[in-house]
Ligand binder design. Structure first.
Ligand code: 5AD
Ligand code: FES
Length: 367
């Protein structure tokens, strides 16, 4: 039986060495108490503050299509969900979202969608390069699933800077319990490494508490993330969607998600880690608690209110009725409430070697 003191020892070691071995991670993740979690958060929050201060980056999320050719068992927009009302945004609508978002202070636009071949590469390149031209000071993030190296290269050359593609689970067997056999675990990994090769800032991640996930699976996720070294890591609780094969599984826990945010912050001190909408959905203060556990990014929605409810990956998603401005203001005051502020900034990943001297100079200047 592991005592609280053992957990503290492991947290201290993780803080010092930025990694644990598989056995130690498993021990840390098994039966931790609220006090253990508070101890972890005190470290992880201090690490986040040392890199980012009290500044929270925002990403304007544009969910531009909910058509998807895939059939992931957990996802509400899977092609097999015939009850989903499908929509697509055209180039002009996407640009309108960007214009509204820019006014509100967003300097990163995230184009997210199902895997929808209706948008040809030429169309995507046209959309990406139009945003690039109109907003040279903004980052463009894509989150449009698995593509070939050549496709990723085209989008990169058109002006995309970052790419979000959660690995979903690092365990092969678990992967095939979450996805139909027509999808491939190897291809997903190939995509992540291709994106890195092409110079994207890459976001990996996984769901917490997805069906059949074990502590050992989570350990594999952590070790995979350590190996990949993504610039961004997005994690959120699994939440069932009523029209999917996983409808009757329970949602993942906020406390486990927060604990993992804390661990990830100690592993990747300068990474960009969002307090996700899913976390805000399972707990009324999920996003605030996410920041206090070590996250430093929030991703409010810029999609037109008319389509918000249709981009339904899981049930009870928050913020589907609010205008972008309302969400930004709401988040602003939530962050203020815990001593943080939303900033108008691209919020790029900065290598530690570059960041350290800046941090040192700032520290010296205030002394
Ligand atoms: N619950 C929580 N997260 C989900 N995602 C998809 N479906 C669900 C769900 N039911 C996550 C996946 C995907 C990201 C866009 O949303 O991890 O990569
Ligand atoms: Fe969307 Fe609060 S963040 S309404």
């Amino acid at each position: 039986m592991c005592t609280g003191t053992d957990k503290r020892g492991l947290i201290d070691k993780l803080h010092r060495e930025r990694c644990l071995d598989a056995r130690e991670f498993a021990e840390l993740l098994t039966d931790f108490t609220d006090e253990d979690a508070q101890y972890l958060f005190s470290k992880s929050r201090a690490v986040a503050d040392s890199f980012f201060g009290k500044r929270i980056y925002t990403r304007g999320l544009i969910e531009f299509t909910n058509h998807c050719k895939n059939n992931c068992f957990y996802c509400g927009i899977r092609r097999g969900n015939t009850a989903a009302e499908r929509y697509r945004l055209g180039k002009d609508e996407i640009l309108e979202c960007c214009a509204g978002g820019y006014e509100l202070g967003f300097r990163t636009f995230v184009l997210q969608g199902g895997e929808d071949p209706w948008y040809s590469d030429d169309m995507l390149v046209d959309i990406i390069s139009s945003i690039r031209r109109s907003y040279p000071d903004c980052a463009i993030t894509l989150s449009i699933g698995e593509r070939t190296y050549e496709q990723y290269k085209k989008y990169r050359e058109a002006g995309a800077d970052r790419y979000l593609l959660r690995h979903e689970t690092a365990n092969r067997e678990h992967y095939y319990r979450l996805h139909p056999g027509e999808m491939s675990y190897e291809n997903r990994r190939r995509c992540l490494y291709d994106l890195k090769k092409l110079g994207y800032q890459v976001g990996a991640g996984f769901m917490v508490g997805s069906p059949w996930q074990t502590v050992d699976n989570i350990v594999e996720d952590l070790l995979f993330i350590k190996e990949l070294e993504p610039e961004m890591v997005g994690i959120g609780p699994f939440i069932p969607h009523h029209d999917t094969p996983f409808a009757s599984f329970p949602a993942g826990e906020a406390q486990m998600t927060l604990f993992l945010i804390g661990i990830l912050r100690l592993m990747l001190p300068n990474a960009l880690i969002p307090a996700t909408t899913a976390l805000g959905t399972v707990h009324p203060r999920g996003r605030e608690l996410g920041i206090l556990a070590g996250a430093n990014v929030v991703m409010p929605n810029l999609s037109p209110v008319g389509v918000r409810k249709k981009y339904s990956l899981y049930d009870n998603k928050i913020c589907t009725g609010e205008e972008a401005a309302e969400c930004r203001h709401c988040l602003q005051s939530r962050m203020k409430g815990i001593g943080y502020e939303l900033v108008v900034d691209r919020g790029d990943f900065v290598k530690e070697a570059v960041q350290e001297p800046v941090k040192k100079a700032v520290k010296e200047a205030v002394q």
